[in-house]
Design a protein around this ligand. Structure first.
Ligand SMILES: [Zn+2]
Length: 271
């Protein structure tokens, strides 16, 4: 599923091109995870001021209100001067004078939701519980350490929950913990300050590298320009159960935590 880096890569691939576009029409296909919450007709004539990201949501700021977009499990966006006739998995076309933004989402866990403002209930319902952004200045090591001290669950679970730091999904949590040499099952509250510092910088490093490389937790991930990412090719542990650790050659192990697969090196990553 698209994780934070893929969503950020998607944002960068069309944010500048769609800025100042005027909405000419909006077409919605089959129902998505949540309803749009407004008549499509009422968006005609609005201007797209820009595109921000909060966690895995893209926020299209309009001159009145905003649209929150989520890619769900399998969604991708494409922004192009024109689009072919919508196929069975194309569920939104935002037609503007600068191009058409299309959401393609075979599994339909994605969403397009209108909100009057970011603080309106319909937006807060989706954004309200999100932790700090790992890729901007708010993510500081002391606050991170304070938050972890209060958590009795496994560090991997805490990262995935998204309320301490947002957008560190399954792949990037596994990779960050490998880089920080921390066993995914270690209780968050038991991590020492030096280990937390290593984890903090590992998260930033892993996410930034994924964004730089074009982001891909999905083999078929494509950004809004139609280019694929290749992060998956370089994973240290994710998806490599039984294969030798790239550092010490011990076979990588996998286990299931909270119904998600976790991968780690039993030699490099200490409990
Ligand atoms: Zn190792």
């Amino acid at each position: 599923m698209p994780e934070l880096p893929e969503v950020e890569v998607t944002r960068r691939s069309f944010a500048e091109r769609i800025a100042n576009a005027q909405i000419l029409a909006m077409h919605m296909g089959k129902p998505l995870r949540w309803p749009l919450g407004v008549a499509t007709q009422s968006l005609v004539g609005r201007t797209v001021l820009g595109v921000r990201r909060r966690g895995k949501y893209l926020l299209l700021d309009l001159d009145q209100g905003l649209l929150l977009l989520h890619l769900g499990m399998s969604g991708s966006l494409n922004f192009a001067p024109s689009q072919a006739v919508a196929g069975p998995h194309d569920h939104m076309d935002l037609v503007t004078n600068l191009g058409v933004l299309r959401l393609h989402d075979p599994r339909r866990f994605g969403a397009v939701v209108w909100a009057a403002s970011e603080s309106a209930p319909e937006a807060q319902k989706l954004l309200g519980r999100l932790g700090v952004e790992p890729l901007d200045g708010q993510f500081d090591v002391s606050t991170f350490a304070e938050a972890l001290k209060k958590r009795q669950s496994a560090i991997k679970q805490v990262l995935l929950a998204g309320d301490v730091v947002v957008g560190v999904g399954n792949i990037y949590a596994s990779e960050s913990l490998f880089l920080a040499r921390i066993r995914p099952t270690t209780k968050a509250a038991r991590l020492s300050r030096p280990r937390i510092e290593r984890l903090h910088s590992a998260i930033v490093q892993v996410l930034n590298r994924a964004v730089m490389q074009g982001g891909s937790s999905l083999k078929d991930f494509v950004n809004a320009e139609g280019r694929t990412g290749y992060f998956q090719l370089e994973a240290s542990v994710y998806g490599r159960a039984g294969e030798p650790c790239r550092v010490c050659e011990t076979p990588i192990r996998s286990l299931v935590q909270g119904q998600r697969s976790t991968f780690y090196c039993p030699q490099c990553q200490k409990p």
